[in-house]
Design a binder for this molecule. Sequence first.
Ligand code: ADP
Ligand code: MG
Length: 250
Amino acid sequence: MKSLLEVEALGRTFGSGKRTLQAVKGVTFSLAPGEIVAVVGESGSGKSTLARLILRLLSPTQGQMRLEGRDVFRIPLRAYWRMVQAVFQDPYSSFNQFYSVRRLLQKSLGLLGPLSSQEREARIRTALQSVGLEPEGILGKYPHQLSGGQRQRVMIARAIMLRPRLLITDEPTSALDASLRATVLNLLKDLRQEQGTSIIFITHDIGQAYYLSDRILVMHQGEVVEEGPVERVVEQSQHPYTKRLLSDVP
Ligand code: ADP
Ligand code: MG
């Protein structure tokens, strides 16, 4: 099957001289349309840096990426972000404090170019409903008036409203309680099922990776140290680091 995303020898270095840190090193993988790949690894292993590189919030110091066969860096950013969206761990920091939910969502819809006001309103309502939020109750609210779970679901609604081909989620459930965590994981499953969205699901929780993904990449000190179908990685891990990660599962 043709790949949606190909990442080749991607790397990112921070600092210089003695203080150089290679946060991501030689990462290579590809993602098929509709595939869910989990990226697991402990804190500091380079997962969020990888997410920011793929999202083009950060430039790589090495490597290449292709989306549907096209060199990613030749795609204008706005067009790229119509296809590639993300949901981060801490939705509070992604919110403009002075924007109501309605304004925040309208602003993101701007990426799609001019839409009629009916079309905009319909997209916003559908997206909120699909994450289990009642539009009437939430559209006029400001970030500080929302619970953590509501904020996270608004951010997911914002991403899926654009119907991206690829969604990157970076620890999307770590601020949520257990029941909301399950809601969000199931939302991501449904999204793939209904829209064929590919997902890069970043987590330090290998249990969530097992539940949701088709394939796992294990990152350790900036490198992918193991890769394979979920069952293989979980049941017959090859790399000592993966074994250690698995032994931490309660
Ligand atoms: P993870 O998401 O797996 O916890 P990160 O990608 O956030 O890991 O971080 C990987 C490493 O890169 C860490 O050592 C972190 O301190 C470092 N790092 C991340 N962003 C920067 C930055 N902007 N400047 C310097 N170092 C950074
Ligand atoms: Mg991180």
